[in-house]
Design a protein around this ligand. Sequence first.
Ligand code: AOF
Ligand code: ZN
Length: 353
Amino acid sequence: MKQYETYMKECFELALKGQGSTSPNPMVGCIVLNSRGEVISKGFHAKCGGNHAERDALLKIDKNSAKEGTLIVNLEPCSHYGKTPPCADLIIEYGIKKVVIAMRDVNPIVAGNGIKKLKDAGIEVVEGVLEKEAEKLNEVFITNMKEERTFVALKTASTLDGKVATSTGSSKWITSSGAREEARRLRTLYDAILTSSSTIIADNPTMEHKNKIILDRELKTDFENANIYKSGNIYVFYDKNLPQPKNTGRISFIPCPVMNERLDIKFILKKLYENKIMSVFAEAGGTLNGAMINYADKIYHFIAPKIIADNSAKSAFDGKNIYDINDSLNFRFDEMKVFSPDILLTYYPIRKI
Ligand code: AOF
Ligand code: ZN
């Protein structure tokens, strides 16, 4: 098992070449060894609709060279006719002797059927090589498949004392340009960005992205002139009791239920999934962060080595008002990266409603 870990890590690297383009499909990388254990081909799933990783790797070589060989892939080979024929069939056709995988496919139409197909053809299947890492790589796909919902990533940037702006609203810039560049890169990994009317009115950001979700309950942003509306497909969620604005070419207005003067986040996330937005990257202020935190799957938190020390300065997460420390929301730190002088902490919620 151990001897395949290095190859599996390389499969993850190959898989990452498709990052940002495979949705709603997973990221998959594949390595083929010949019967002598030499690497003879590599492949990856570049984009949805394209060849799967195994097909990409196998089609680059002739059938005889892979005979009695080993194929390493981070996801169970598929068994279904989708946009392409089953990878399991092609692996069998090439006379591969052993298949090493990191995790089973959680797509119910595959879920173990690929492995069964291979085993029925007499192929040895080694499972579970770097499984945890593989699950993290495809956390969005797993959430989509298992829970049939959009994966929610939340990004914030604060000072050491957790503030996102001073009491006067001054916030440009808390973090350095390197950290902000990383934040822009992170956006591209998700199907859509999501922000609030308050952020648009306060900062007038552009937030380059092909899909933008705007929460504007009172329809108070400037749809003609605000930078955010200048590009991308845009969905604006607003109070369903207001008159429906006219959709323009790029902007669709979606009426949304309101509870306690807040748009219903659950409803919004359901609508996003219906619209095939498999993941969303939320970037807004403390109010929306507080409202979304119970729905967040992952938090990217940039921290600058600065202190504001003012009780009336805005916090990264607001509105939960927890009084007993035992009732606090709990998280698990995942990684810490340095974007000098700032850091990026990623963490996952432990308790979710
Ligand atoms: C693999 N290797 O590289 C990928 C797999 O729509 P299709 O036909 O491309 O099928 C998508 C499904 O195939 C996807 O949900 C997942 O179950 C599997 N994706 N499988 O063996 C790959 N991308
Ligand atoms: Zn496949």
